[in-house]
Design a protein around this ligand. Structure first.
Ligand SMILES: Nc1ncnc2c1ncn2[C@@H]1O[C@H](COP(=O)(O)OP(=O)(O)OP(=O)(O)O)[C@@H](O)[C@H]1O
Length: 326
């Protein structure tokens, strides 16, 4: 990979203040996303995927706050920008789509008006908004876009609503699209169509994508690189092929074991024993150690650093790589 990454996240820590004290939902995360590529972020519910993406967007809800780190977009630290400048970045350079478009679309306005509003918000002097919005709907392969322009969100299927969200997100030609579980609420056929669409749009525009999902199948299909998160930390990061062919962190092994095996008579689900530790009772060392079949005493003493064990393949495990294979 040549050139500086489009996005580099360094030492990001995002914490929430609660009556029980502060806890870090994202705790020292380093990531980067090259131009035109897709980074998949995977992990179980509650591991911090959404808080990470909201941190990048400058949208962490109270009582949360980014406590440390940098979010460098083309070298500029977004965390230092005043709110007005950050609003300009959102929906401009960086856009986001969510799992459930109904929560982001306004039910009382036609979709066309919502797209033109997004365009106007970013470029107050923009003209030909109706024509541009119809073109945006056509671009995300919504049939009869002129007619759809005047329809309300409830008149569209879930897949069509997600296409509208993608059209809105892309209206301002973002360099980075953050897609948080974009297909989780959709049935499998529609899911495949939306993923196809995202891939085609990426090829067309050269945008980078951060794809957040708990679905390893989606990641395998879409991502160039994958970061696996566990309890607020990245535990493994690698090119997608390396991660799937040669997983090194015991948690990643467990996740891959949890994927239904279609090549067997019956799908097999290998659960990871135990549960994610609650945020107030995180072990001092490796957070996965209490559930890890490979853990030794040293794992519980201090957090293992994320280290590069082969080119581009990083793992935060004292026992990787040799011992895992043994
Ligand atoms: N507004 C909030 N106030 C307090 N805690 C929060 C808030 N939002 C998230 N958290 C906590 O931060 C942690 C990470 O949550 P996050 O939503 O990022 O997980 P996730 O990996 O995206 O999970 P999911 O796949 O279920 O969306 C969780 O422990 C969650 O309870």
């Amino acid at each position: 990979m040549t050139g500086a990454p489009l996005l580099a996240v360094k030492g990001l820590r995002t914490s929430f203040r609660t009556p029980n004290g502060d806890f870090a939902a994202v705790d020292g995360v380093d990531l980067s996303v090259p131009r035109g590529r897709t980074l998949g972020i995977v992990g179980e519910s509650g591991c911090g995927k959404s808080v990470l993406s909201l941190s990048v967007m400058g949208l962490v809800p109270r009582p949360g706050r980014v406590a440390a780190g940098q979010v460098l977009l083309e070298g500029q630290d977004l965390l230092t920008l005043p709110p007005a400048a950050m609003r300009h970045i959102r929906g401009g350079e960086v856009a986001m789509i969510f799992q459930e478009p109904m929560t982001s679309l306004n039910p009382v306005h036609p979709i066309g008006a919502q797209i033109t509003e997004a365009m106007r918000a970013h470029d107050p002097g923009a003209t030909d908004l109706r024509a541009r919005a119809i073109a945006a709907l056509a671009r995300v392969r919504i049939p009869a876009p002129e007619r759809r322009f005047d329809e309300y969100p409830h008149q569209l299927s879930g897949g069509m609503r997600q296409r509208v969200m993608i059209a809105m997100a892309l209206a301002c030609a973002p360099k980075l699209l953050i897609a948080d579980e974009p297909t989780t609420a959709l049935d499998v056929t529609v899911q495949a169509q939306i993923l196809d669409l995202l891939r085609d749009l990426q090829a067309e525009t050269g945008m980078s994508i951060i794809l957040i999902t708990h679905d390893l199948g989606v990641v395998a299909e879409m991502a160039d690189e994958v970061a696996v998160m566990y309890a607020g930390r990245v535990v493994e990061r690698a090119a997608a092929r390396d991660l799937f062919e040669d997983p090194q962190h015991p948690y990643t092994l467990g996740l891959l074991g949890s994927v239904p095996r279609l090549d067997e008579d019956r799908p097999r689900l290998l659960a990871i024993e135990g549960t994610v530790p609650p945020p107030f009772a995180l072990p001092p060392g490796c957070r996965f150690a209490p559930r890890c079949p490979f853990a030794v005493a040293a794992c519980e003493a201090a957090p293992p650093p994320l280290r590069e064990i082969s080119p581009g393949h990083h793992v935060a495990c004292l026992r990787a790589p040799v011992e895992l294979a043994a």
